[in-house]
Design a protein around this ligand. Structure first.
Ligand SMILES: [Zn+2]
Length: 264
């Protein structure tokens, strides 16, 4: 499903789900008990929940930009079983610039199916951690073939970085040290794994995959305050049910308020 927005400044932004996969619900919600999270995300008999890979396509002044590349099709049979990937539907897009929030396979795996005409932008810290990949916690998430496919077009950046006047790449560490999010026209915020689903706007929802829980808590709170104040649309990369929303606050609890796209 594709949803389209046009910002007040005239930028076209499209959300595309490039494919679903399955992850352990407990790992996605960290310390939140299943009796609570199963009301938000139904689990299968193996405790797995459906995860989308919503990417963003942006068109402004004759150039195209894409944020994240989706899962892609480079998986062996065992990985397909573990991740619940039933059919290979590679997302063979093309773009001038590709911005990657970080280099875990579910965010950059699609690079092998894509044509990037200009640059692939990655934060310098993220690239260093992915290349040195000697942390047992992230070893399985960074894959050599993804990094090799990125290399020919790689541009390492130090956020905050403006790739266009309307597109800001912001440092949002916590999931990984070098994780970035993308803000378009100060109106549309692509959070990446900073806020993977609409349920994760609830501050204590911190994934077991987040390397620096206290840091992500702090960064998430700061970005949600800004989203609330400036009424941003927040995009949730892994949410198949609520891929985007605006933010409300009831007492000290943030909530996702369903929003409408300009075109479905
Ligand atoms: Zn992810």
């Amino acid at each position: 499903m594709t949803q389209v927005f046009k910002t007040r400044a005239g930028t076209y932004v499209e959300i595309v789900n490039t494919g679903n996969f399955l992850l352990d619900g407990g790992s996605m919600f960290g310390r939140i008990p299943k009796v609570m999270w199963e009301n938000w995300f139904p689990a299968d008999e193996k405790n797995r929940i459906i995860m989308a890979t919503n990417i963003l396509k942006i068109q402004v002044r004759e150039k195209t930009y894409q944020v994240d590349a989706g899962l892609g099709s480079f998986y062996d049979e065992k990985e397909k079983v573990v991740l619940g990937i039933e059919e290979n539907v590679p997302f063979c897009g093309s773009t001038d610039y590709l911005i990657l929030t970080h280099l875990h396979f579910d965010h950059c795996g699609g690079i092998s199916d894509m044509d990037v005409r200009e640059k692939v932008l990655v934060s310098k810290k993220e690239w260093a951690d992915a290349i040195n990949n000697n942390n047992p916690l992230t070893k399985g998430s960074y894959r050599k073939n993804d990094l090799d496919a990125i290399k020919p077009n790689l541009e390492c950046i130090e956020p905050p970085y403006k790739i266009a006047p309307d597109i800001e790449i912001l440092s949002t560490p916590g999931h990984t040290k070098g994780h970035v999010s993308v803000l378009i026209d100060r109106e549309i915020f692509y959070a990446g794994d900073l806020i993977p689903t609409s349920s994760h706007v609830h501050l204590p929802c911190i994934m077991a995959y987040d390397l620096f829980p206290l840091e992500i808590l702090e960064v998430k709170k700061r970005m949600l305050e800004m989203a609330l104040e400036e009424d941003w649309i927040v995009i949730f990369e892994h949410d198949p049910y609520t891929p985007f929303a605006r933010i409300d606050k009831v007492g000290d609890r943030f909530k996702a308020r369903p929003a409408k796209a300009d075109k479905n």
